[in-house]
Design a protein. Structure first.
Length: 261
């Protein structure tokens, strides 16, 4: 099932995610966050794009099982709207998200974004191939090419990880839902520090989308660079920037991840 088909299911509020979008014992987190956003935007005026998204991964969303997505408009002011979304499966809340949507305001404050880091062209970067039974199932839908840091479980003590990312089968446009899914595709940067596979997952995730929205073609690779701020006691704290091919800032991301090893 394509990403676009799953977004259509999110609009209805009920669907089951096929196993091809799995990530270990759960569903790929970027997908479920994108589905929650898709449901949230349906209760907000069209002229109020998403500015910030906070996601709590309460429990694993499993594949091939029915789930429901509920969106509630918490407040609608003159320029901003606050929306909550919940994914419920088997009677349990599995994800809670808070979206902040806002239209443009007049302001004298104008500060240019930091430039994109220098990176090799996508075709010059090492790809993460989809290998059944080895790489997560969802990587058959999303292509990643390493430009920063090292592969997971390589035992290398780098603080950064990332590279280029895009859908292997792009849709007709690059929506905010597509950006949300792509940003969460990368494994936690802390995993390059261990020498053998260990479980790891996102506990919380905060994503900010930059507006005016940079132009992005559906098949355009986006550049992702993640940085470890601190890790210890089974948790890691990271932040990341996302840019388009022209070097324009698209989004900012921050995560708290758990790592069992």
């Amino acid at each position: 099932m394509t990403f676009e088909a799953l977004l259509a299911g999110a609009d209805s509020g009920r669907l089951a995610i096929p196993g091809s979008w799995g990530q270990g014992r759960a569903t790929f987190g970027g997908l479920v966050a994108g589905l929650a956003y898709q449901r949230m935007q349906g209760v907000v005026a069209d002229d109020r794009p998403l500015r910030a998204l906070q996601v709590a991964f309460v429990g694993p969303v499993t594949v091939d099982a029915p789930l429901s997505i509920e969106a509630t408009l918490l407040r609608e002011g003159r320029a901003a709207s606050q929306v909550e979304a919940r994914i419920v499966q088997d009677g349990e809340v599995r994800l809670v998200a808070l979206g902040s949507f806002g239209g443009e305001r007049e302001s004298s404050v104008q500060v240019a974004a930091q430039p994109a880091p220098e990176a090799p062209a996508p075709e010059d970067c090492q790809p993460l191939d989809y290998i059944p039974g080895v790489t997560p199932e969802f990587t058959q839908h999303i292509e990643m090419r390493w430009a920063f840091g090292n592969l997971p479980f390589s035992g290398q003590a780098s603080r950064e990880m990332g590279g280029w990312m895009r859908f292997r089968e792009p849709g007709d446009e690059m929506t905010d839902a597509h950006v949300i899914a792509l940003v969460d595709a990368w494994p936690p940067a802390v995993l390059q520090h261990v020498k053998q596979p260990v479980p790891a997952s996102s506990m919380s995730w905060s994503l900010e989308l930059v507006h005016p929205r940079p132009s992005m073609a559906p098949d355009e690779p986006l550049l992702y660079r993640n940085w470890i701020d601190q890790a210890g006691g089974g948790y890691g704290h990271t932040h990341a920037g996302i840019w388009n091919r022209q070097g324009e800032l698209v989004a900012l991301s921050r995560q708290t991840v758990t790592v069992f090893g």
